[in-house]
Design a protein around this ligand. Structure first.
Ligand code: CTP
Ligand code: MG
Length: 238
């Protein structure tokens, strides 16, 4: 087992979504909690992981300058500077990640894709993903158990009930050996998927799961943002 001491992990942060479900008429990654944008909170978490040596942010076309200032501010706050790139996002999350992969470096052995919309991801989850990649897994995703019963519904009618014991809710960061991620995004008929591992599954590549965290919840709706504000206030008052 080879454990590298170098900063050979690149983190890609897709931050180019419009945040339509949040409904604040501004791209979600730039919505702030106590003066810190979701993007800058996510970047601060990323900078705290010693193995991370490269950061790529995919931003809406008119938010590239602003993204640079959010990266700068996070770097100053954490006190750790690493090489970074800001690229233009695309129409779908898949397009945004694809654009990010154009600026990958040969030194990036592993690539972790992490949603800007999950600003409270604990360090442990990054470590769980990196550990499995170190052990040779090609694609690694953090998951948590599902508490609700999940049913398939069509036209307001229940079609069937899925076996909850087998269901997992999928989070980010999703980790990849660089060559594997580049390969699954290189296909000409790229299908937009809601996560990156979905493309690996379509390509028949095996995907390994590790333990995620309830703290890594995705801010999607206005209620999620309210919860996030309370959570943030509780954390900083401790
Ligand atoms: N994302 C992106 N480019 C897109 C769409 C989404 O980079 N074209 C990013 C978002 O910025 C977010 C992550 O992918 O960090 C997860 O997407 P989601 O939660 O759906 O965010 P939005 O697309 O912004 O929200 P909505 O779907 O409500 O518009
Ligand atoms: Mg979206």
């Amino acid at each position: 087992l080879q454990v590298s001491a170098t900063a050979d992990v690149c983190v890609v942060i897709p931050a180019a979504g419009l945040g339509e479900r949040l409904g604040l008429n501004q791209p979600k990654a730039f919505v702030a909690i106590k003066n810190w944008s979701l993007l800058s909170l996510s970047i601060k978490r990323v900078l705290e992981i010693e193995r991370v040596g490269h950061l790529i942010v995919a931003a809406p076309s008119n938010f590239k300058e602003e993204s640079l200032s959010h990266i700068d501010r996070a770097i100053r706050e954490v006190g750790r500077k690493i090489p970074f790139d800001v690229v233009e996002g695309g129409e779908t999350r898949t397009d945004s990640v694809k654009n990010s992969l154009l600026v990958l470096d040969q030194l990036d052995r592993f690539v972790l894709v992490h949603d800007a919309a999950r600003p409270f991801v604990p360090k442990q989850v990054f470590e769980n993903v990196i550990e499995k990649l170190d052990q040779g897994a090609k694609v690694v995703i953090p998951v948590i158990p599902v508490s609700d019963t999940i049913k398939t519904v069509e036209n307001s009618k229940v079609v069937n009930t899925l076996d909850r014991a087998k269901l997992k809710a999928v989070q980010t960061p999703q980790g990849f050996a660089r060559e594997v991620l580049s390969e699954i995004y290189a296909t000409s008929d790229l299908k937009p998927t809601t996560d990156d591992a979905g493309l690996a599954e379509l390509a028949g590549i095996s995907v390994t799961t590790v333990e995620g965290s309830v703290e890594s919840f995705k801010i999607t709706t206005a209620f999620d943002l309210e919860l996030a504000i309370d959570f943030f206030n509780r954390k900083i008052s401790k």
